[in-house]
Design a binder for this molecule. Structure first.
Ligand SMILES: [Ca+2]
Ligand SMILES: [Ca+2]
Length: 363
């Protein structure tokens, strides 16, 4: 949600959207399983773990004082078992994909104004060339004071030349950061990776099932004790967004596996980088569910809906990031979510993948 809003302010997103609509050629792989019985699992692929079939309460828990309306009401869901990446997809893993396919991410693509203007209203003025350069959003580390916390643009910057290989801008690199999460990837980039790797994105319900681990009603990946946050997740301490007091060991992004895994061995489900899912972001979705009919393998809303950003397709992202603070959104809670538009990457969003036995056996 806020990514797109920021981007609109910073780089005339309406123009960039035209580009993205021409490159969304990746299709979600179908969530094929709808069986109520436990699927017989095979040996877990390297770097993945089996998440057991589970019936649990998806959405905000009754004792969660941070819960937002879009997380309510909680409702019972059953999610079949599946394999999930132990960690966020790393730079090393993404490089392997790029080396094999020569894929060019959205943040790296040159913007062709002659092509773009064909899909815009007549006489739309050409933006300044600085707007049309490849780039991505990065967190502004030099914020000294914030006037209005509603104004996200105060702590976000459009950085020309920022991409997954240059996460902080053109002078930066990922040398020595093989085991850091890949960032500055947008939804089509993630889908291309999944296609190559024979994986798919988790649904939001799958993501929550995995984040709960052996629990079924916890607020956090480690249970219900908020004082255990620093040992279990890379978030923001101090005063957001001006003072970062990294009591958890990392001021910004951290290598994967830097924190205690959850009860089934999954790392960084809370914090470090946001993780995009296959569900559309629709703030009304939960309120329109009939709670008398428990859901089986829900795939989310049929369409996106965000009154703050009505014309863009947004997907749900989960888990929060190293920028999340309790005073702001507390998005390190399992039920928390935000929307991210399909063409938006940033330096604090990545992903992890899942697979079903059916997918693995058909390969
Ligand atoms: Ca931190
Ligand atoms: Ca994460």
């Amino acid at each position: 949600m806020y990514h797109s809003t920021i981007k609109t302010k910073l780089v005339h997103l309406s123009l960039l959207l035209v580009i993205s609509s021409t490159i969304l050629n990746c299709k979600d792989k179908e969530v094929t399983s709808s069986k109520t019985e436990t699927i017989s699992k095979t040996e877990a692929p390297e770097g993945m773990i089996w998440v057991e079939q589970k019936t649990f309460l998806q959405g905000a828990k009754a004792s969660d004082n941070y819960a937002m309306p879009r997380e309510k009401p909680a409702h019972m869901v059953t999610v079949d078992g599946f394999y999930m990446d132990l960690t966020e997809v790393t730079n090393k893993q993404f490089k392997k994909f790029v080396d094999a396919t020569k894929y060019v991410t959205i943040a790296e693509r040159q913007i062709d104004w002659e092509e773009m203007k064909k899909a815009l209203p007549p006489n739309t003025p050409k933006p300044h060339d600085s707007i049309l350069q490849p780039g991505s959003l990065i967190f502004n580390k030099s914020v000294n004071a914030v006037v209005n916390m509603e104004n996200y643009g105060q702590w976000w910057t459009w950085r020309t030349g920022a991409d997954w290989k240059h996460p902080e801008g053109p002078e930066s690199s990922i040398e020595g950061k093989d085991n850091y999460p890949v960032v500055h990837v947008a939804y089509p980039d993630v889908m291309a990776y999944c296609e190559w790797a024979n994986r798919r994105l988790p649904t939001e319900a799958e993501w929550e099932s995995a984040a709960q681990g052996s629990n079924t009603d916890a607020i956090f990946t480690w249970g219900n004790d908020p004082t255990r946050l620093d040992a279990n997740a890379n978030t923001w301490q101090g005063v957001f967004p001006t003072t970062n007091d990294p009591k958890d060991g990392f001021e910004f992004i951290s290598p994967v596996k830097s924190y205690t895994p959850n009860s089934i061995g999954l790392y960084d489900m809370a914090g470090n980088v946001w993780e995009i899912t296959s569900d559309f972001f629709n703030v009304k979705y939960y309120s329109e569910i009939d709670p008398s009919k428990p859901l089986l393998n829900p795939k989310g809303a049929n369409q996106h809906y965000n009154p703050n950003n009505p014309y863009e397709v947004e997907h749900v992202m989960k888990g929060g990031s190293f920028l999340c603070h309790a005073s702001y959104c507390a998005s390190f809670r399992i039920s928390a979510k935000m929307g991210v538009s399909t063409d938006s990457g940033s330096d604090h969003m990545g992903f992890r993948t899942v697979a079903t036995p059916d997918m693995l056996s058909s390969k």
